[in-house]
Design a protein around this ligand. Structure first.
Ligand code: AMP
Length: 248
């Protein structure tokens, strides 16, 4: 699902579901589009298509619930991911300003090469979108049980998306700041380590945000973009929801 107003992106969502759940899912996506805090859309596009490639089933990243303010931990997280903290923080600031060349929100993610800081996404206005994402009912049950009162559908969607991104070789990490003005929670995730859930990552009321995928220079951009767009990825287990950082 993709909704927009006067051509500007408002919100998007997707899922891999079995046939019996198609109508229910389409209904929930339309509802989501119409209740977006970013405004009432003048266009909602929905596409339903059969999964054409054999899905990859993979464990989701573990989630670390970070109680410290982002300003205290982000630099350390960037270091763990081998992203120079000053570069990581400069892209964090860019997301808060609006990362497209016109200062608007992008539909997709930036791809940033480390250590050069060069932006590799072919379209700097749109960025790159990851698609073909799903979660098994078993993994969803584990996530709901382990996250308990901290579970939200947004957490589920973001965790599946970033687990797919982080499964690709030469990805170092991914930073996400929501563009929803009343949603200030985001994350930084690091392959094989985890999803660090960060609170108060932006000022309340700000309609800016985005995603940055940090990669090293061995990454082949066209193959990575094809993987993000076209290879079905289904999370099939969830390791745990933790309150202690794994490296302190
Ligand atoms: P959200 O977490 O939905 O508020 O999205 C935050 C930002 O992440 C958006 O402004 C987009 O730039 C980017 N984004 C959202 N969905 C995707 C996706 N499926 N793939 C890549 N980037 C995305």
């Amino acid at each position: 699902m993709r909704s927009s107003k006067s051509g500007a992106h408002l919100c998007g969502a997707e899922a891999i579901v079995d046939e019996n759940s198609i109508s229910k899912t389409v209904y929930s996506f339309v509802k989501r589009a119409l209740s977006s805090k970013r405004g009432i859309p003048d266009s909602v596009n929905l596409k339903v298509e059969a999964v054409k490639k054999e899905p990859v089933y993979s464990p989701l990243l573990p989630v670390f619930h970070v109680s410290q303010p982002p300003s205290e931990v982000l630099a350390e997280l960037f270091k763990v991911a081998s992203v120079p903290p000053s570069l990581g923080l400069s892209f964090y600031s860019l997301l808060l300003k609006g990362p497209s060349p016109t200062g608007e929100v992008m539909r997709g993610a930036l791809i940033v090469e480390i250590p050069s800081g060069k932006r590799l996404e072919p379209d700097k206005f749109k960025g790159v979108r990851a698609s073909c994402l799903g979660i098994t009912s078993r993994a969803l049950k584990e996530l709901k049980e382990k996250a308990g009162k901290f579970y939200t559908d947004r957490l589920k969607d973001a965790l599946v998306l970033t687990s797919k991104i982080c499964s690709y070789p030469n990805v170092l990490g991914e930073l996400c700041v929501s563009d929803d003005p009343d949603y200030t929670t985001g994350y930084f995730s690091i392959p094989k380590i985890g999803y660090f859930r960060l609170f108060n990552l932006k000022p309340y009321g700000l309609s800016k945000g985005g995603r940055v995928i940090f990669v090293n220079s061995n990454l082949e951009v066209p193959a990575f973009i094809e993987y993000l767009k076209e290879f079905p990825f289904i999370g099939n287990s969830f390791p745990g929801y933790y309150f202690e950082l794994p490296f302190r």
